[in-house]
Ligand binder design. Structure first.
Ligand SMILES: C[S@@+](CC[C@H](N)C(=O)[O-])C[C@H]1O[C@@H](n2cnc3c(N)ncnc32)[C@H](O)[C@@H]1O
Length: 297
């Protein structure tokens, strides 16, 4: 049996430098409940499909775990996390503050091919801000720039970005970044009884979602992921679109399911399946109050 819950996202600090397709800011209140429900102290929190990483950031900033591992296969996204959690994180925030937004400067910067990690990180953040929907995958395109690049300038919030990066950099000892495969990282830590995994994989099986054009890496063997989750000794929470095939994968392995709902900026209701060993902590409905997503995501 699954029930529908409405999530109240009234108090979720925006901490990620990304605006990420499929970002889980709205799920943060539920994540806090989940972490509080655990009967052991979490030594290690692992996000095998990190993307914009808002869940990991929340866990680290709010002290829900001693250490956090962000795993991401996309080298451009991983470069950002490495730069921010490295000793020279301020080089990135300073560069963001200095950047003069114009159509020419954006295009010049994005056409660079330097393989230095700091350069890749800067380009990725710029692209994430300036491309439609924050989409970094091939096929995505630059926003309309208007007169003198005014449209592009309206997408650039240097002070906010720099503050977020510096805040993460200040607590960088709490993070490890792994550029690699999320399932492999689950297998590395599955026996750790004090390790907790938040698993939000790319998912396109129902065909209607735009996942294929959202991420560079969108193919995944979901049965293999569920098998890896089954071996986890600590705890895990997975989030998926509600689809029959997903329910089947979960039920075959004896996992619990809860369906939750939220409204997005356009007042469309979105539902999401939460899957875990025990998801009975999922909240009772609140007053039905649902906050809109923030203007600057
Ligand atoms: C649904 S998104 C995660 C969104 C994230 N929870 C957030 O709030 O921003 C899935 C992410 O997994 C990454 N990814 C895809 N395949 C992967 C793999 N095998 N290992 C690690 N990361 C992978 C994608 O690049 C994408 O960033």
């Amino acid at each position: 049996m699954t029930r529908k819950r409405i999530v109240n996202v009234a108090s979720v600090p925006k901490r990620s430098p990304f605006r990420y397709p499929g970002g889980k800011t709205w799920l943060v209140p539920e994540i806090r409940k989940w972490m509080r429900s655990l009967t052991f102290h979490t030594e290690l929190f692992i996000e095998p499909f990190a993307g914009g990483g808002i869940v990991s950031l929340t866990v680290a900033f709010e002290g829900f775990a001693d250490h956090v591992i962000l795993v991401e296969l996309d080298p451009d996204v991983a470069a950002v996390w490495k730069a921010i959690t490295g000793p020279h994180f301020q080089k990135l925030s300073d560069r963001i503050c200095r950047f003069d937004v114009s159509k020419e400067n954006v295009q010049r910067e994005l056409s660079q091919t330097s393989t230095d990690n700091d350069d890749i990180a800067f380009r990725t953040i710029l692209k994430n801000r300036m491309y439609h929907g924050g989409i970094l995958a091939p096929g995505s395109s630059l926003m309309k720039h208007g007169e003198n690049g005014k449209g592009l300038r309206s997408r650039w919030y240097p002070k906010t970005l720099a503050e977020r990066i510096n805040a993460i950099g200040d607590i960088r000892e709490r993070f490890t970044v792994v550029e690699g495969d999320g399932i492999a990282e689950i297998r590395t830590h599955h026996k750790n009884q004090k390790a907790v995994f938040f698993i939000d994989p790319p998912y396109t099986a129902d065909g209607k979602k735009a996942g294929k054009r959202l991420y560079l890496y969108n193919e995944l063997n979901h049965a293999e992921l569920f098998d890896a989750a089954k071996t986890i000794k600590g705890d895990f929470l997975m989030t998926y679109d509600d689809a029959e095939g997903v329910r089947k994968l979960a039920q075959e392995r004896g996992f619990n399911l809860e369906l939750i709902a939220m409204k997005n900026t356009h007042h469309a209701k979105m539902t999401e399946l939460l899957i875990g060993k025990d998801v009975s902590w999922v909240s009772a409905p609140d007053s039905g109050h649902v906050q809109k997503q923030f203007a600057f995501d």
